[in-house]
Design a protein around this ligand. Structure first.
Ligand code: NAP
Length: 312
């Protein structure tokens, strides 16, 4: 029989939202575990520098601030369990989380699993993943020193990462499917006149080409209707995010895009099940808002557990 561990609060995901929620519950003397499948930090840990998190006037490294958040939560007693969640039973009073490393039971669960990159879904993407197809410039950018690379997308992520890649790559093509960027003006300003970046407007990727590694892209221009082959050594895909919501499908109410619905106190439709961070249905996904969600969820968790004690 698999081992069962009991906690007051189980936080699913150890990104900024999950680590903040755990900091608050652990500091309120609640036995807290963060269950994380990769390593603490989430998408923040793969961000080179974060410029819009208050308190760091010159910006701060994503990895550095992630480690600090983890250390802070652990200082108050929160535990980190590295395991994949395979199933959840959330409609019970004592919620059960089945992981690849035993079962966790807790009366309160905070969903903070964040998002993951959306795939482009073109031929060659799967086959050449890790061989020139990347979703993380900070992880893989240094492989492309003095080479030419492409970034797909027109949002804040695509623009920020394209600028980051100019540290290594000789030239960066930004492939934008419309005739304008979705990125916010302050982010756009970093790229529009960048000497190493060439923006290709109205351009979609039809296929990623290469024998054993990426060698070129087959592009289609939606305005001119022309197709061309663009030789590049790597392609970085930043075409949006999808919520990591598979573990609780059918149990928790979500919006039409699959993000979890919650009230202002981060309560979902199920008693004792809270949500925080990018996986929540909301308008602004930033580290600052993730941390805010986490703090509220942590306090709501404490109040919920107090109310259970009073009832019991
Ligand atoms: P996003 O804002 O959803 O942008 C996705 C981009 O990819 C859009 O330009 C979209 O084009 C394009 N796209 C989608 N599907 C495509 C396809 N099949 N082929 C080509 N292009 C495609 O996603 P994001 O940039 O990852 O940002 C996610 C969230 O994080 C946003 O809220 C963003 O503001 C935030 N963020 C903020 C910062 C910052 O504050 N510095 C940094 C990174 C991320 P269309 O415009 O035509 O739809």
């Amino acid at each position: 029989m698999s081992q069962v561990s009991q906690y007051d609060v189980a936080v699913i995901g150890a990104g900024p939202a999950g680590m903040t929620a755990a900091l608050y519950t652990a500091r309120a003397n609640l036995k807290t575990v963060m269950i994380e499948r990769l390593s603490a930090g989430g998408q923040l840990a793969t961000t080179d520098t974060i410029e819009n998190y208050p308190g760091f006037a010159q910006g701060i490294g994503g990895m550095e601030v992630s480690f600090a958040m983890l250390e802070q939560a652990q200082r108050f007693g929160a535990e980190l369990k590295l395991a994949e969640v395979t199933a959840m039973e959330l409609a019970r009073n004592t919620k059960r989380i089945i992981t690849t490393d035993g079962t966790v039971e807790a009366p309160c669960v905070i969903l903070a699993t964040g998002t993951r990159p959306r795939l482009l879904h073109v031929p060659g993407e799967d086959r050449l993943r890790g061989r020139g197809v990347s979703y993380c410039a900070v992880c893989d950018g240094a492989f492309y020193r003095d080479k030419e690379v492409a970034v797909v997308g027109g949002g804040d992520s695509a623009v920020e990462e394209a600028v980051y890649l100019t540290r290594f790559a000789r030239k960066v093509y930004l492939l934008v499917r419309r005739d304008q960027l979705r990125a916010t003006p302050v982010v756009q300003a970093k790229i529009l006149d960048h000497p190493q970046v060439k923006i290709r407007w109205n351009t979609v990727v039809e296929e990623i080409l290469g024998e054993n590694k990426v060698e070129a892209l087959r592009l289609f221009n939606r305005a001119s209707k022309e197709t061309e082959e663009l030789p590049i050594a790597g392609v970085f895909i930043y075409v949006g995010l999808i919520p990591n919501n598979e573990a609780w499908q059918g149990q928790v109410q979500q919006d039409e895009l699959g993000y979890v619905l919650a009230d202002n106190e981060m309560r979902t439709n199920l008693p004792g099940v809270l949500v925080a961070g990018d996986v929540r249905s909301k308008s602004l996904r930033q580290v600052a808002t993730a941390v805010g969600d986490g703090a509220i969820a942590g306090v709501t968790a404490s109040q919920y557990l107090d109310s259970l004690k009073q009832e019991g």
